[in-house]
Design a protein around this ligand. Structure first.
Ligand code: SF4
Ligand code: SF4
Length: 389
């Protein structure tokens, strides 16, 4: 296994991390198959994985309830007695916090669920501008200072889902961030904090950890013929998973990549790939292939929205460019089961196409001549109900 130093912390973590949001489960997603998940953890640890990513909500019935991933890991730690083998990262569910005391309440509950007296890396979960403003107004920075001081947590950070200017603002608000979790993959270089955020974190010397390297599986499914033809010209033949993971490990600024693993086959495949990937593991030719692949996907997008935001704000709060972006990605990847989820996670409920009244007031503003209400109707029809996914 290859280990990389986690920023300025004293931790060395495996370049592949175990994401615990898609563990094997029984009939329902929230019922973890604990016997199988334990075998996967055993194999992962025996083969060098030491970094595990959790959240209060992973494997829950709904995101307002605590999920079953933390209690499962707590039982696993208690049975194996191997706390020192695992760097545990988990997160504060900011959307459930209503006052400063709630932050301590959740952290103490999470320590209990995990059957441990410290958490290695504690993150503010899924920061967007609204969560950040809410938590900031409740003295979250004082909370972070206090938990570092009393030892319940060794290092702090955040996971992020908003634009680059919000990212810079949060980074500048606190001088004790240690580890930052963002989504980067070869299609999302310019999306949200993207490569700009990755470079900023790396230059600041912080731990730079990556989620959704496979875009929830959509980068390895329904591969278009044009993409396969490009891959066939590569110096080294790779599977779709190898292309996605090596793209990240090729970058010296990336510390670790979390993959949500659902079965033993995936654990073995990820470890086998990870063991051979140092920074600069790709040739210039292969890097260019991935840029060309990204262009192929881009050319399959249906709405020519540039994200300029001249149409904003909408008086009904619809986030027009964000809706169009998620729709374009979903259509270009042609995998609705996996691509609908980010639309529902990342676009706030009242900013989705459902809020559009098709008034047409925004049309006059669009330099691309997009018929916004007509396209918004397509977005609505395409994603429809969250409960479908
Ligand atoms: S057409 Fe829809 S998106 Fe445009 S201004 Fe009216 S409500 Fe907002
Ligand atoms: S004005 Fe047009 S191109 Fe710009 S964000 Fe709005 S829809 Fe997209």
């Amino acid at each position: 296994m290859i280990y990389r130093k986690l920023g300025k912390t004293d931790l060395e973590v495996s370049n592949i991390g175990f994401g615990c949001m898609r563990l094997p489960h029984k009939e329902h997603f929230y019922q973890i198959d604990e016997a199988e998940a334990s075998k996967m953890f055993d194999y992962a640890i025996d083969h060098g994985i030491n970094y595990f990513d959790l959240a209060y909500s992973f494997h829950s019935k709904n995101k307002n309830l605590g999920g079953n991933a933390e209690p499962f890991v707590g039982k696993y730690l208690a049975e194996r007695g191997n706390r020192e083998d695992m760097v545990i990262q988990t997160k504060l569910p900011g959307w459930l916090v209503n006052k400063r005391e709630d932050m301590d309440k959740f952290l103490d509950l999470q320590l209990e669920r995990l059957q441990t007296d410290y958490i290695d890396v504690y993150m503010l979960h899924s920061l967007k501008i609204d969560f950040w403003n809410k938590l900031y107004g409740m003295d979250v920075l004082e909370f972070l200072d206090s938990i570092l001081e009393d030892g319940r947590v060794k290092y702090v950070g955040f996971s992020f889902h908003d634009d680059l200017d919000v990212f810079f603002s949060i980074m500048d608000s606190y001088d004790k961030w240690d580890v930052i979790l963002t989504q980067v993959n070869y299609l999302d270089e310019d999306y949200k904090s993207g490569l700009g955020g990755l470079e900023f974190v790396g230059m600041a010397g912080l731990g730079n950890v990556i989620m959704e390297p496979l875009r929830g599986g959509s980068l390895i499914t329904n591969i278009p013929d044009e993409v396969q033809a490009l891959w066939d010209t590569a110096d080294k033949k790779r599977t779709p998973v190898e292309w996605a993971l090596e793209y990240l490990w090729d970058k010296p600024l990336v510390t670790s990549v979390f993959s949500g693993m659902s079965n033993m086959e995936q654990v073995k495949e990820n470890i086998a790939i990870a063991e051979n990937c140092q920074p600069d593991c790709m040739s210039e030719h292969d890097r260019q292939i991935l840029k060309d692949v990204a262009q192929v996907y881009k050319s399959r997008e249906e709405i020519p929205c540039t994200g300029c935001r001249y149409c904003m704000p909408c008086h009904n709060r619809v986030d027009i460019p964000h809706c169009f972006k998620q729709y374009n990605i979903a259509k270009s990847l042609n995998y609705i089961d996996k691509t609908a989820a980010p639309y529902f996670w990342l676009v706030n409920k009242d900013e989705r196409a459902d809020s559009c009244t098709f008034c047409g007031e925004c049309n006059i503003q669009c330099p691309q001549g997009i018929d916004i209400p007509a396209e918004m109707e397509k977005v609505f029809d395409f994603f429809h109900e969250e409960s479908q996914y």
